[in-house]
Structures are given as C-alpha cells and as structure tokens.
Design a protein around this ligand. Structure first.
Ligand code: S3P
Length: 186
C-alpha cells in the first residue's frame, strides 16, 4: 500500500499503547495545547452505536467489537485531519488498522513498563472486558504479547517517570520539532 500524501502538519496524531497507560488523558491534553480536536475511538464507538464498550462485548462479542472498531478507525483516518486520536489498546492487533494509521497518521506509542502498569491494574478492570476473570499472570501475558504490535510506530514515548502533563508537553515538543524539520513554516 502506498503512503498517502498528507502534509505532515495535517496528519492525525494517533496514540497507541496498552489499556490504562493514559492515552485518553494525555491525548486530551495534547489536543488542548495544540488547539486541535480530540477523538477517543472507544468514546466515538459508544456514541455511534449508543452502547458502552462492556455492553458491546457482552451483547455481541469481541469479534463484533473489533469489526466496528476497525470501521471507526478507518473512517476517522479517511475523513479527519489534524486531530489527536487515542486508539483502544487492542486496535493495533488488526493489520488493517495498523496499515491505515501508519499510512496516513503519525503514530505515537505510549510505553509504560509492566511494573508501573501493574500498580494501576485494580482501577482499570471494571470497564475493560478483556481483563475480566484474568489472573495477574494472564494479564501480563497479554501485556507482553501486545508489545510486538505496538512496536510498529513512528515515535515511542517512555512514560514511567513522567506525569500526564509532562508526557503531553514532551509530545508537543517532539511534534513541533518534527513539523519544523519536515515542513518549515517559512
Ligand atoms: C481494549 C482496550 C480498551 C477497549 C476495549 C478493548 C483492548 O481501550 O478498546 O475494552 O483489547 O486492549 P483502552 O486501551 O482505552 O482501555
């Protein structure tokens, strides 16, 4: 698939990473700092289908969720520019989503270590069907498997020792440097 010709400043900024690493919080902050619109794909799915993510999993299963997740991400990539977009943690499992995002957007991987993530686990389970009825070891297995799919990105941001505001500031800084380098304003 050939790379789409979207000016670098107009490309959507897509945040990927495991559940609960802060994609939504940080994405909103980056959007505010850059005066851009923010889309959380899970919230967009809930809006479009008028059901919560746990309801979609419970009523239709994960396969159906993945299908509407794919359609929603591809639709956003095809029809939006300049947005900050946070993807669900499992979205990059789908090749069609990976290809579309890497083709038309700038993909930033929010990288949190397992040790830091584990500290947040209890707060995250309720709204994440993928984590339901799993032991800590089983969750760690999913966490480890997912690292391979997140390896496809344009830039990685290590978040272990930074608070969300610091991560957002860092992202804005690297975006501005990248934009200036690839598409100077004057
Ligand atoms: C999922 C992550 C969730 C949501 C769904 C499945 C996953 O998004 O898309 O529950 O498979 O990792 P967050 O990463 O925003 O929690």
């Amino acid at each position: 698939m050939s790379r789409q010709h979207i000016p670098v400043r107009a490309k959507n900024i897509v945040l990927i990473g495991f559940m609960g690493v802060g994609k939504t919080t940080i994405g909103k902050m980056v959007a505010d700092k850059l005066y851009r619109d923010f889309i959380d794909v899970d919230i967009e799915i809930e809006r479009r289908y008028d059901k919560t993510i746990p309801e979609i999993f419970a009523q239709h299963g994960e396969g159906y969720f993945r299908e509407i997740e794919r359609n929603t991400v591809i639709d956003i990539c095809d029809n939006k520019q300049c947005n900050i977009v946070s993807l669900g943690g499992g979205a990059f499992k789908q090749e069609a989503i990976r290809e579309k995002c890497l083709d038309s957007c700038l993909v930033l991987f929010l990288d949190l270590s397992w040790d830091r993530w584990k500290e947040r686990m209890d707060l995250l389970i309720e709204n994440r069907p993928v984590l339901h009825n799993k032991s800590v070891d089983e969750v760690q297995e999913i966490f480890d498997e997912r690292q391979a799919i997140y390896a496809e990105h344009n830039a990685r941001v290590t978040t272990d020792n930074l608070n969300p505001e610091e991560v957002a500031d860092y992202i804005v800084e690297i975006l501005k440097l990248g934009w200036e380098l690839h598409q100077p304003l004057s």
